[in-house]
Write a protein of this length. Structure first.
Lengths: 378, 225
């Protein structure tokens, strides 16, 4: 066993010396390889963290949201709906919600206006999300005016700024009193944008949804599970788009790595011949090259993955943010809490380290099995 | 003792350019003697040397090492024999560029799994024996031809082989360095090593160090004295 360990140490020593002797080639390869792992790992880490975060946030959202449709389009809920829903068995709590979008010409961005029931906001005051704090330079006590869709100018005082922790969903929020909201968007009393409700028994959510459709045929119940699924598919789609865009780069790397790994220089072939002639077995030469491939790919994997981790979780994925984060003009800026999926790491490891190490071995095996007497004639 | 019986070696066998480099060689290499293989280019000296040193297998015939037939052994076993029994000094030295003299010397011992510390001590003693201790850490490409050859000799000796194989050892050396080489050869012979070399350099084959000269032509032995 001791001899075996010594032998492996010798092989690794020689491998490291070999890598150092071909600095330029190996550094180039390491750089490109690291870059590829960095890109793939960034996309994987980012989408995974985003998905996990979205799921966490949505876990606290209502089980059913009821919208009303007119001619297939979302319309306001008229008075009387809340009473009718209250008579359906299984509905535990319900709440008419008021929300809307507002386009701010100044920063050319969309805000989400809301009138929350659970927050006490005085008339004439608003609470804003961190993105507004940044883009409009707002702070508590500042005043801000918005021109409503009817052309009137409404002025509000910023009472507070929402904390960063909830930024994924609150970045572009503007919270205000119900009366202010109704006045701003000209929504009459008793009308709502939708109704959020919770169901006593989670198993009954679908049955309640069916009852809602029967009672209110012009309504559209949206289940939380469906929203979660939609979010998941959106993130999957975005990840797919990103990977499709990168596929050319991945292919280019594949060709580059294959050529570098598979093509042995005359110098390398000569060295293999010498090693065989002086008593190295074919297996020793293959092991040595195996270590070489493994060291490069493992190092590239570690460097690339750590760089991706820093990029995603400490630099807000600055490179892929526009593609991966959202379509709103006002991109939410938030720091994702790190989420690492073991299976994802293993998959990435398998698809980056394994092919390269294998690609290195094929030509070496061919070269290492040639007769050692060729070295006599070189 | 190495014994060759009816050795024939073909290259490109079965193809239109088939060529028989050796054609019926019967030869015995005695222990603890210096044997020189002499002959013009294409006479088969190097091919014969590769068969003697287990670097290649004959197409036909038998090779016996210490009485044991090794001509049919698989490559793996031949490698082991090569490592344990033979040390090689190549015409072009075949040192690995980018590595220091001492690193080149210990390379053949890597597969034996001996501790690095022991190998370095051994290599240093060998370098001191050829007056090259001061060039221990020099990269081999910085060494002169004579120094490179001495490093190659040390490398050949690191596994303490019984038999040394040298292919045209003075082909790249001037007269002074050739004399130095013969001096080293004499020391090795005095210590009881078996040495087989190829050469058409009269300075080598006519030297008193060489006990026996085998002359080849067209793949056959024409003279052995």
């Amino acid at each position: 066993m001791k001899i075996w360990i010594e032998k492996q140490q010798h092989l690794i020593d020689f491998t490291l010396a070999s890598l150092a002797r071909r600095k330029l080639k190996n550094l180039g390869l390491l750089t490109v390889y690291t870059l590829l792992v960095f890109v793939l790992a960034s996309v994987a880490l980012y989408t995974h963290a985003l998905r996990t975060e979205a799921q966490k946030v949505l876990a606290g959202s209502p089980e059913i949201v009821l919208q009303r449709l007119v001619a297939g389009r979302h319309d306001l809920i008229p008075p009387g709906y809340l009473e009718q829903i209250g008579r359906i068995r299984g509905v535990q709590k319900m709440e008419g919600r008021l929300w809307g979008y507002y386009y701010d010409n100044v920063v050319k961005a969309n805000y989400s206006f809301m009138a929350p029931r659970d927050l006490n906001i005085a008339r004439g005051e608003i609470i804003v999300g961190p993105a507004l704090e940044r883009s409009r330079g707002l702070a508590a006590g500042n005043g801000i005016s918005f021109r409503s869709y009817s052309g009137e100018l409404h002025t509000f005082i910023v009472a507070d700024v929402l904390p960063q922790t909830s930024e994924l969903v609150s970045a572009d929020l503007v919270l205000m009193h119900e009366a202010d909201f109704r006045a701003f968007f000209k929504i009459p009393d008793g009308h709502y944008n939708d109704i959020a409700m919770s169901v006593a028994n989670p198993q009954e959510v679908r049955n309640v949804a069916i009852k809602l459709l029967t009672t209110l045929p012009d309504s559209r119940p949206i289940l939380r599970d469906e929203v979660l699924r939609t979010y998941a598919s959106i993130f999957d789609w975005r990840e797919g788009i990103m990977l499709a865009l990168l596929s050319a780069a991945i292919l280019a790397f594949g060709i580059f790595a294959w050529e570098k790994a598979a093509g042995l220089s005359a110098e390398e072939k000569r060295e293999i011949g010498i090693l065989k002639a002086i008593g190295w077995e074919t297996g020793d030469v293959i092991k040595m090259k195996f270590w070489e491939g493994l060291l490069i790919s493992l190092l590239a994997f570690l460097l690339g993955y750590v760089a991706a981790y820093l990029h995603v979780f400490h630099m807000d994925a600055i490179l892929f943010e526009p593609v991966l984060k959202g379509w709103a003009v006002l991109y939410p800026r938030f720091t994702l809490p790190p989420h690492i999926d073991g299976l994802q790491v293993a998959t990435l490891f398998f698809f980056t380290v394994f092919p390269y190490t294998a690609a290195v071995l094929v030509p070496i095996w061919r070269a290492a099995t040639t007769d050692p007497d060729t070295v006599m004639r070189s | 003792m190495i014994e060759l019986t009816q050795i024939r070696k073909a290259f490109n066998q079965g193809k239109h350019n088939e060529y028989w480099a050796l054609d019926g060689i019967d030869l015995a290499i005695p222990d603890k003697q210096v044997t020189a293989l002499r002959g013009p280019s294409g006479s088969g000296k190097t091919t014969l040397l590769t068969i003697l040193g287990c670097l290649a297998r004959p197409t036909e015939g038998r090779v016996r090492l210490k009485g044991e037939d090794i001509s049919g052994l698989p490559e793996r076993f031949l490698t082991e024999i090569r490592r344990q029994t033979f040390g090689f000094i190549f015409q072009q030295f075949n040192l690995i560029r980018g590595l220091s003299a001492i690193e080149n010397i210990i390379l053949p011992a890597y597969p034996t799994g001996q501790p690095r510390k022991d190998l370095l001590l051994k290599a240093e003693a060998l370098l001191a024996g050829v007056d090259l201790g001061h060039r221990r850490n020099a990269k081999v490409e910085w060494l002169s031809g004579g120094e490179q050859q001495r490093v190659a000799i040390c490398r050949a000796l690191i596994n303490d082989p019984e038999i040394l194989i040298a292919d045209e050892p003075t082909a790249n050396l001037d007269t002074r360095l050739s004399k130095e080489f013969l001096g080293i050869l004499e020391k090795l012979a005095d210590k009881g090593r078996t040495i087989v070399l190829t050469s058409h350099d009269p300075m080598v084959v006519d030297s008193s160090v060489v006990n026996r000269v085998v002359s080849l032509r067209d793949g056959r032995i024409v003279d052995a004295k």
